[in-house]
Design a protein around this ligand. Sequence first.
Ligand SMILES: [Zn+2]
Ligand SMILES: [Zn+2]
Length: 336
Amino acid sequence: MKAVRLESIGSMTMRSVEKPVARQGELLIRVLAAGICGSDRHMYKGEYPTAIPVTMGHEFCGIVEEVGDEVAGFAGGELVTVDPNIACGRCHACTRGRVNLCESLTAIGVTRDGGFAEYATVPYRQAFTLPADLNPAHGAFCEPLACCLHAIDKAEVRPGDSVAILGGGVIGLLMVQLARMAGASQVILITRQLSRRQTALQVGATHAFDPAASDAVAAVRDVTHGGADVVIECAGVPDTLQGGLKMARRGGIFVLFGVTPAGIEVPVLPFDLLVSEVDIRPAYLNPFTHSRAAALVASRALELDMLVTKSVGLEEVAEVVGSAPLPGEIKVIVRP
Ligand SMILES: [Zn+2]
Ligand SMILES: [Zn+2]
């Protein structure tokens, strides 16, 4: 079968490899759609630890083609989405229910072979069934959506709240929809790209501001009459993070979601945080949210077609991952 392998940092190639078989407790999945993610670009550049060589692709969906021994709940033929993050179940974090903080976390498409291939094997507990007639490209959104759900849970958005979202990529545009579903009265997206601001307004944002054109902090404080109840930082940029903290209302919640490169320091004003009691909450990965993401995608309640800006074959993956996102790009879907 064909697979796209990260051979070394900065070197990815499509090659023929042996088709895997479902071992004990595993499913063999024929991959129908896989999303290319910002994390894939970080892994390619060596900015995020991976096994090497490895077949990348951690956001995928496909058909169960083979069922290994000691698998429950699958007969073969199901359309499934895969939760790529495998917790050990035994460490301190896992036994306290904090599986995203597992001390021995492994991940499909990161530390073991993933979905940029014709076939992938996964532990059956990582797979969740989707409706057979669902567009597989939508199924590939379950993984980023599951991470967004964890952030929205942490944000505790209440009906009537104002929510400011920084960053207009696929994550920001999913957060806009989830904030709206949670009952937010104002959903404000802050991003530089015009096309992304337009998309945001079409999928439920009430306002979209360009931080390059005007003072986004002042604009958010103005429309919310004093600051947003909830701010969700999805850009991972120091300036955005600092600005986002100032967008939060006194007593507001600030969710840290964007991945800032390791080692980067961001100055904060502890006095201001103290007297405003802005509650900073990091949201990392997808603890127990993947099945809800699958249910939400299955319900077709989200606008996902507008977020797919390109579909490619396996032979184009290395080029897409190896270059910076093109202007206007939101999500590239791989169709093996
Ligand atoms: Zn991802
Ligand atoms: Zn663990």
